[in-house]
Ligand binder design. Structure first.
Ligand code: NAP
Length: 449
């Protein structure tokens, strides 16, 4: 095989980065190195998509095929900004694509938000997905839990809380997580929207699945539907409203959990530490369509508050960042530094367009960026000289983990699963992941940040 002409670095091995790698290596003159902070590829597919959504998770099988190509390398345990810099990558690769997603979450900005028992849905999802950085979650004493926000993340956490734990037994959730869910004594889950059902960002399939969770009685106040002109709604929203109506009219005999959708309410304060109450205020819209408080408040006795109000990206050291929008500024996937295009730097996924869209959205997004990467490479030609980043890392005593290391983690997860009659069970402890990576690595891997 001839030497590839171009070498491209992708920072982030989540779905958007892997779709980009797939499109790039459709050409046989491009070689791709995919960097990730973790020794495990797949990003949000592994640590964000709910464990019981196995058909979405199976996208990972399709994306894994990208690593079958000899033109693609996985370089895990390499943290951008700490182990490798923007300058180093630009000296080593003809193009650099940032695919780092949005790793933080928005805050409500209300008193009591930092009390024990109040956390972001992102952290809760990371816990039940077995992310090595996740703090353990105790559900001890939690009978009433609330998710703030009416998007798909709120749906995911509400469903995991409301679902009969036995129904989660066949997922890849770590055993400790399942044990905690089995011990839980939850009776009520609240999902709170600051606007009406017609404004909620749920997708209908996800909402319907939540509302039809066996053993769950759904309630929606009749007044939530007041003033909705169904004829004026788009298809998704009209279907959402129909799902909510139908669910609230359906009586479930002897429900295990009650699921209350409360619309036109916003959080005002959390009381107690650990949390024992959530003060909410009724809302309306002002003349400009902005959410405004009515001054009418009520208190919910809850012991767990999960804010599911959106993700937020983090600035990468040295890379342009639009702070208010929380993205790397770009045009058609090319990074912008002020008004000018930053040569040979590109973006894909949530760091490009913000934290919206489902896994599949990343495919068309990556296609757009890669078209421009390839057009620019063909225009500019390869760099005259390149530094070998892996050699530079090794010289500094850093040893990136490989796709074979990941295969070893995967095999260990399959083994663990087999002993519980499951296909796979996640390994969530850093030391166990590192042990598996270290097994054939005398120098040892880079310790986590
Ligand atoms: P989202 O869809 O943007 O929903 C955020 C929700 O939080 C909205 O209801 C928003 O209300 C509300 N909100 C924002 N700020 C608030 C505040 N200060 N106080 C109270 N409520 C506030 O975000 P997401 O649920 O995090 O989902 C992110 C993306 O991932 C979405 O595109 C989603 O579809 C996708 N996702 C997909 C799946 C799936 O396909 N199964 C699963 C999970 C996530 P307003 O509308 O009033 O701002």
């Amino acid at each position: 095989m001839p030497e590839p002409r171009y070498r491209v670095a992708i920072v982030g091995a989540g779905p958007s980065g892997l779709f980009a790698a797939q499109f790039l290596t459709a050409r046989d003159d491009v070689e791709v190195d995919i960097f990730d902070r973790l020794p495990t590829p797949y990003g949000l597919l592994r640590y964000g998509v709910a464990p019981d959504h196995t058909s979405i998770k199976s996208v990972a099988n399709a994306l894994a095929r990208v690593f079958n190509s000899p033109a693609v390398r996985f370089l895990g345990l390499v943290s951008f900004g700490r182990d490798v810099t923007r300058e180093e990558l630009l000296a080593s690769y003809d193009a650099v694509i940032y695919a780092v997603g949005a790793s933080e979450d928005l805050r409500m900005g209300v008193p009591g938000e930092d009390a024990a028992g109040s956390r972001s849905a992102r952290e809760f999802v990371a816990w039940y997905s077995g992310h090595p950085d996740a703090e353990p979650q105790s559900l001890h004493g939690v009978t009433q839990a609330v998710a703030i926000g009416v998007g798909n993340v709120a749906v995911d956490v509400a469903r995991i809380l409301a679902k009969e734990p036995l129904a989660l037994d066949l997922t890849d959730m770590p055993e400790d997580v399942l044990a905690e869910l089995r011990r839980a004594t939850l009776t009520d889950v609240w999902v709170i929207g600051r606007r009406g059902p017609q404004h909620a960002s749920f997708t209908t399939t996800e909402l319907r699945e939540l509302c039809r969770t066996p053993g769950v009685q759904v309630s929606v106040e009749e007044s939530a539907f007041d003033g909705i002109d169904e004829a004026a709604l788009d298809r998704r929203t009209r279907a959402n409203v129909a799902v909510l109506r139908e669910a609230s009219e359906t009586v479930v005999a002897d429900p295990r959990v009650r699921l209350h959708f409360l619309f036109w309410r916003r959080p005002v304060a959390l009381h107690g530490d650990p949390v024992s109450g959530l003060l909410i205020e009724r809302t309306g819209l002002d003349a400009e369509g902005r959410v405004t408080g009515t001054g009418v408040t009520e208190e919910l006795d809850v012991q767990l508050v999960l804010r599911a109000i959106g993700y937020r990206a983090v600035r990468l050291p040295g890379v342009p960042f639009d702070e208010p929008l929380g993205v790397i500024p770009s045009t058609q996937g090319r990074v912008l530094d002020g008004a000018a295009v930053a040569p040979r730097e590109y973006v894909v996924g949530w760091i490009k367009r913000g934290p919206i869209g489902v896994i599949g959205t990343n495919k068309s997004d990556a296609r757009e960026t890669v078209e421009h990467v390839l057009a620019d490479l063909d225009g500019l030609g390869p760099l005259p000289t390149r530094v070998d980043v892996v050699e530079a890392l090794t010289a500094r005593g850093l040893a990136p983990s490989s796709f074979d290391d990941w295969r070893r983690i995967e095999a260990a997860e399959a083994n663990r699963g087999a002993s519980h009659e499951r296909e796979r069970m996640k390994i969530e402890a850093w030391h166990e992941l590192l042990d598996l990576v270290q097994r054939e690595r005398p120098g040892g891997p880079i310790p986590p940040a």
